[in-house]
Design a protein around this ligand. Structure first.
Ligand code: TYC
Length: 128
């Protein structure tokens, strides 16, 4: 009985020295003496980000583009106007950078809204 208790204690001691995760405790870290060290492999990373790009065309009304920039991308009127003119003059502009799901949802809303109104407005998503 005493022997088996000693064996268990030795195993626990070995686990601690080897830095194995403790039951109910220190997952994601290693014990080095008294110091808890975070496992770099488990450190939260920033998600990949995606640019939403608005493209120019000859038919979508300027007012419609400004309205889209205000309603979908929460731009103030003046900034929406400037972005719209940038797209109109240069052919394209990045209107925002988001996680993949958000970028694709916003681009989808823009295109769907344009199609309902029979405008050819294009909005694409690009990995940063
Ligand atoms: N070029 C369009 C026009 O002259 C305006 C426009 C601006 C269209 C931006 C699309 O993404 C766009 N009516």
């Amino acid at each position: 009985m005493r022997e088996s208790k000693n064996t268990v204690m030795e195993i626990d001691d070995l686990r601690i020295r080897m830095g194995a995760p403790r039951r109910g405790g220190n997952a994601g870290s290693q014990l080095e003496g008294e110091l808890m060290v975070a496992d770099p492999a488990l450190k939260p990373k920033r998600p990949p980000m995606y640019k939403v790009v608005l493209l120019n065309d000859d038919y979508t009304p300027m007012d419609f583009v400004v309205m889209v920039l205000e309603s979908v991308f929460h731009k103030e009127h003046q900034e929406a106007l400037e972005i719209m003119l940038q797209v109109h003059n240069k052919g394209a502009a990045v209107v925002g950078v988001f996680t993949r799901d958000v970028a694709e949802t916003k681009a989808g809303i823009v295109v769907e809204h344009a199609r309902i109104n029979e405008y050819p407005l294009q909005c694409t998503v690009e990995h940063e």
